[in-house]
Design a protein around this ligand. Structure first.
Ligand SMILES: *Cc1c(COP(=O)(O)O)cnc(C)c1O
Length: 390
């Protein structure tokens, strides 16, 4: 009642891994020393392992959007014709970046909550052989939707266009076969599934993308990926790196490797599934028609502003969850599953949501949402008991 631990339960920044947090205190190292080079090489190599790719992966000092910008300016030229799949606030960010870099974007939009269909991408590519790139979100964090990047990637792979994927919340929440599916440029960020604070972006780059970089004319300086690649070979970053975050990153990658990336993805998928079943048990509607596993967007009961739920989580339980962005504000609340989230967190969130709904005049059978989460847990982790219960 009176002691309320603060809990950060948003889809970025996400809860921090304690070992990573503690590691940040060792940041009194210089970045042009052997100690640093050992750390940096380890991070780059573990990151490739975790992403399951032999492509170059480079780390930048920036939030995720810096990675999106780098993915644009290094591989394209002003005036290039590109295709953008936009189905939420982050899809709209791609459109703004295209505009800033003077690229001619054709935009395939889907209403908030829906996905752009791979067939539409395929048709657009067939209509316009000049397309130099296709830009998409693997997971659209603003709506809780995930795109079929596999089908899209296989379609783009057959063309000369590059497939550029904002996988900032896709990584660690859905399978991503970077090489098999033809994901040419994949962007990630530290504060999502990687369990560390904001401030690092990273980019995985295919040979097809590097070839495009040779003729791309957009100006670049700070985010010059070729320069970054040259330095990375000797274990250094082009500019002064964020040593504190790299120390944290090394710990987080070690932790993720000890679990296995496939298990980290399964963790998010199970939490997402349990959340969907709990919301259904509580009579709440999901916002997305193609829900992903990074975050679940939920509509509040009819007549209730979702801001009430967010405020109640904060005031009663000191728990920070997110509202909808832009025009979705007040229409949805979002429950995150990516990174350092576990079933313990979800049990508490659902139990608290039941109390919050009841406190605001919504009829709730206490325990019905929690029981849905228990059923999913039991089915996966207590198979014998599941038989007895059914
Ligand atoms: C968080 C996020 C970003 C990056 O946002 P930053 O605030 O720049 O880190 C981009 N795309 C998606 C889908 C995200 O979830």
């Amino acid at each position: 009642m009176h002691i309320k631990k603060q809990r950060l339960l948003t889809p970025g920044p996400t809860p921090l891994l304690p070992a990573a947090l503690h590691a940040m205190m060792g940041s009194d190292i210089h970045h042009r020393t052997e100690d640093f080079r050992t750390l940096y090489k380890q991070v780059l190599s573990d990151l490739k392992d975790v992403l399951g790719t032999s492509h170059d992966v480079l780390v930048l000092v920036a939030s995720g959007s810096g990675g999106l910008e780098a993915a644009t300016q290094n591989f394209f030229s002003p005036g290039d014709e590109v295709l953008v799949c936009s189905a939420g606030k982050f899809g709209e960010r791609w459109v703004e970046i295209m505009k800033a870099w003077g690229m001619k974007a054709t935009v395939l939009t889907a209403p908030y909550g829906d996905a752009v269909q791979p067939e539409a991408v395929e048709q657009a590519l067939a209509r316009n052989p000049n397309l130099k790139g296709v830009f998409v979100q693997a997971s659209e964090t603003s709506t809780g939707m995930q795109h079929d990047v596999k089908a899209m990637g296989l379609a783009v792979k057959k063309t000369n266009a590059l497939f550029v994927v904002d996988a900032i919340t896709g990584i660690g929440t859905m399978p991503l076969d970077i090489e098999g599916w033809g994901l040419d440029v994949v962007v990630g960020g530290s504060q999502k599934a990687f369990m560390i604070p904001p401030g690092l972006a990273f980019v995985a780059i295919s040979p097809k993308a590097w070839a495009a970089a040779d003729t791309a004319k957009a100006p670049r300086f700070y985010f010059d990926l070729k320069k970054e690649r040259k330095n990375a070979v000797s274990g250094e970053s082009a500019w002064t790196p964020n040593t504190a975050l790299l120390l944290a990153f090394a710990e987080a990658l070690k932790y993720i490797k000890s679990i296995g990336m496939d298990k980290v993805v399964e963790n998010a998928q199970l939490l997402a599934r349990a959340t969907r079943e709990a919301m259904q048990a509580l009579g709440l509607e999901l916002f997305s028609t193609s829900p992903g596993s990074s975050v679940t967007a939920v509509r509040p009961p009819a007549g209730m502003d979702s801001g009430v739920i967010i405020k109640e989580f904060r005031n009663r339980f000191n728990a920070i969850i997110t509202n909808g962005q832009g025009s979705m504000k007040g229409q949805i609340f979002r429950l995150a599953h990516l990174g350092y989230f576990d079933f313990h967190d979800l049990f508490a969130i659902v139990a608290e949501l039941e109390l919050i709904l009841a406190a605001n005049g919504h009829a709730v059978r206490f325990g019905s949402g929690v029981a849905a989460v228990q059923r999913v847990y039991a089915e996966v982790a207590l198979p014998k008991l599941e038989l007895a219960l059914s």
